[in-house]
Design a protein around this ligand. Structure first.
Ligand SMILES: [Mn+2]
Length: 312
């Protein structure tokens, strides 16, 4: 029997970066997500897996009571752009130093920052970034299609180069990633404008219906096999609302009919086995809607699975 290679390599450096942002959504509470994940022993779990963890604390993000809504179709644009740009610089530096950035949300505007940092790093390093976007939503709105004006629903579209220039051109370039290098998994609620854009772009989307029909294992195997032929950098952007609210109720925007507990672990374990993940966002943990921090504890378990925890 071939012994399993040690994963991660002992002492692999990992940066935790908290992004306590709740300006991207109407419902409050996800700004406490980074605390909830730390309280659920994230640092310890990662250390026990062999990572040398540096916690950079939380970025300073203004509270909404001190801000004005500049535009109803781009709520809190300036504050979000500023924070995302700071995150982008941190992620770029982390990657440039050969470290693994793990970004803790906060709402899914976190991905504006992480993907900008990743895009900049990959341009410098001559690498091609891909993303697995795990989410109940597609976050493919723009200021022209959004029904709510909430920027967390625009994070993927902006990273692909669609939407308001201040969102698409973080760090001064666009796009951060190409549509053919993205796979969405767990999607079950789309706005009409998002559906249209997804179809126009031919984005690869595994909806919950696809997962019911074909099984998660087949879908993630296929996604990884395809991405591996096209990209040499892989980011996972994980929105906890992809999980069924009966399993994880403490999320930003709960939608019935999500991934089961085992499907979520299988997804993480399968991605971990490919040994090719370079960075991770964990977004939309909402302690206000949670019971005894269970959703954050589940999120930490899932992070551990993705980062190499094995049953056997
Ligand atoms: Mn999302």
């Amino acid at each position: 029997m071939v012994p399993l290679s040690p994963f991660p390599a002992a002492g692999s450096p990992l940066d935790l970066i908290g992004f306590p942002m709740d300006l991207g959504a109407d419902r409050r509470g996800v700004d406490m997500g980074p605390s909830a994940l730390r309280i659920a022993c994230l640092h310890d779990r990662l250390q026990r897996l062999g990572y040398a963890v540096t916690d950079h604390g939380d970025l300073a993000i203004p509270i909404r009571e001190r801000l004005l809504v500049e535009s109803p179709c781009l709520k809190y644009l300036s504050a979000i752009v500023n924070a995302a740009e700071t995150l982008a610089h941190m992620v770029r530096t982390s990657l440039g130093d050969g470290r693994f950035p793990l970004c803790l949300g906060g709402d899914h505007t976190i991905a504006l920052g992480s993907l900008a940092g990743i895009g900049a790093y990959c341009r410098d390093a001559g690498r091609t970034p891909g993303v697995i976007w795990i989410d109940a939503h597609a976050d493919m709105n723009t200021d022209l299609t959004t029904p709510s004006g909430n920027i967390h629903g625009m994070a993927l579209a902006a990273s692909l180069g669609f939407g308001h220039q201040r969102l698409t051109h973080l760090l001064g370039f666009a796009p951060k990633i190409k549509p053919e290098h993205c796979v969405l998994i767990g999607v079950r609620r789309l706005d009409p404008g998002e559906r249209e854009r997804i179809n126009d772009l031919g984005l690869t989307v595994a909806t919950m219906t696809d997962i019911d029909r074909r099984g998660l294992a087949a879908i993630i195997d296929e996604a990884l096999a395809t991405l591996r032929t096209k990209v040499d950098y892989l980011h996972v952007s994980f929105d906890l609302d992809s999980i069924d609210p009966a399993v994880a109720g403490g999320v930003g925007t709960p939608v019935a009919g999500g991934l089961s507990y085992r499907e979520a672990h299988l997804l993480m374990e399968t991605i971990a086995e490919c040994d090719c993940v370079d960075s991770l966002d964990l977004a939309e943990v909402n302690p206000i809607l949670d019971t005894a921090n269970r959703s954050a504890e589940l999120a930490v378990e899932l992070i551990a699975s993705l980062m190499g925890k094995r049953i056997l």
